[in-house]
Design a protein around this ligand. Structure first.
Ligand code: GDP
Ligand code: CA
Length: 324
């Protein structure tokens, strides 16, 4: 079975681990988000791709969900001693090695997809990890600022989230998206998949950013495979992160049913909501033309996460049988 999953960072990576446990024989391609990428100290940093790589490669800091295990911060301490900022974003020493390899390869002319493949070779990744695009696409968030002309300004997503801790947002802009194209292999992985999954990643700044790459949304919507998503919203709020703020910024209610309708019946064939908190949402989602099931949706243990992935695969199989 060929499974193609779109994924952000921590939520996506944790789900993918459950997916590999549920379908150990499957050929899994992950289309990763690049909207969080940035350059700092001259280093190109791809937080979501690295979170997937470290998680599936066995190098993740388990408690945190991102960054390397057993990390040290010698470089960060030296930078601080020099008074060199920013002080709101700390890079670990092991992580810096990843960014050095990436930056060097990009500088030598390799596209991000080739760089990502090279980095993943070291981790013997059990999936094929593709960036959604080789072009630079960076998410910026428009926030209120009384001192800015017009009372608003845009900040890079990392600054919005890590430095500012997600204040109310007015708009989300994927800078560069309209001129980007899907990375090599992405459209093929979507077209040739038996199942397409949208993990419970952020629907706006993770999956939403991937779907904004021209051609990608149409490819997913038009694919022969059933498309099944899992709600990142449980009981009216995100399980972690700032999805509530960025959903509000794009005018979407913070509920499991509203996120399904935001993706839309043209894109999604099936949707999973949490059985404890959101069983009421099933009828509303089905009325919108999307098959919906209520199952436990908290990734509280490896077994719970495996069961979530299995539920998504079961719904996909049911939809494929119905279509045949
Ligand atoms: P990020 O890039 O690190 O923010 O990670 P993702 O975009 O891949 O995932 C973030 C989303 O995962 C958030 O909107 C969370 O609500 C969601 N999430 C995290 N843990 C869980 C969980 O246990 N269950 C569900 N349903 N969603 C989760
Ligand atoms: Ca992210």
């Amino acid at each position: 079975m060929r499974i193609t999953a779109l994924a952000g960072g921590v939520g996506g990576a944790r789900f993918l681990r459950g997916l590999l446990a549920a379908a150990p024989e499957a050929e899994v391609t992950v289309v990763g988000n690049v909207g969080d990428d940035m350059t700092m100290h001259g280093l190109r940093i791809c937080p979501d791709l690295d979170t997937v790589m470290y998680t599936l490669g066995g190098g993740i800091h388990e408690g945190q969900g991102w960054g390397r295990d057993g990390e040290t911060f010698g470089v960060a301490e030296e930078l601080k001693a020099y008074g060199v900022g920013p002080d709101w974003f700390t890079l670990g020493d092991k992580d810096i090695a990843t960014h050095l390899v990436r930056t060097q390869m990009l500088g030598a002319g390799y596209p991000l997809s080739a760089v990502t493949e090279a980095l993943c070779t070291r981790w013997e990744l059990p999936v094929r990890l593709l960036p959604s695009t080789d072009e630079r696409v960076e998410t910026h968030v428009v926030i209120d600022d009384a001192d800015a002309p017009g009372g608003r300004r845009a900040v890079h997503f990392q600054e919005y989230w890590v430095r500012m801790h997600a204040p109310d947002a007015r708009a989300i802009v994927s800078v560069g998206a309209e001129n980007a194209k899907p990375a090599p292999g992405v459209l093929e992985a979507v077209a040739e998949a038996d199942v397409i999954l949208l993990p419970p990643s952020n629907p706006v700044v993770s999956i939403g950013t991937i779907l904004q790459i021209p051609g990608l949304r149409q490819a997913v919507a038009g694919a022969a495979a059933p498309v099944v998503g899992l709600s990142p919203i449980v009981g009216g709020g995100p399980v972690r992160g700032m999805a509530d703020k960025v959903l509000a910024a794009v005018g979407v209610e913070v509920s499991a049913a509203a996120v399904a309708q935001h993706y839309g019946a043209g894109l999604l064939d099936g949707w999973l909501v949490d059985a404890d908190a959101d069983a009421d949402a099933v009828a509303e989602v089905e009325a919108a033309g999307i098959a919906c099931r209520a199952v436990p949706l908290l990734m509280s243990s490896p077994e719970a996460t495996r069961a979530m992935a299995q539920a998504a695969l079961d719904l996909a199989a049911e939809l494929a049988a119905r279509a045949a």
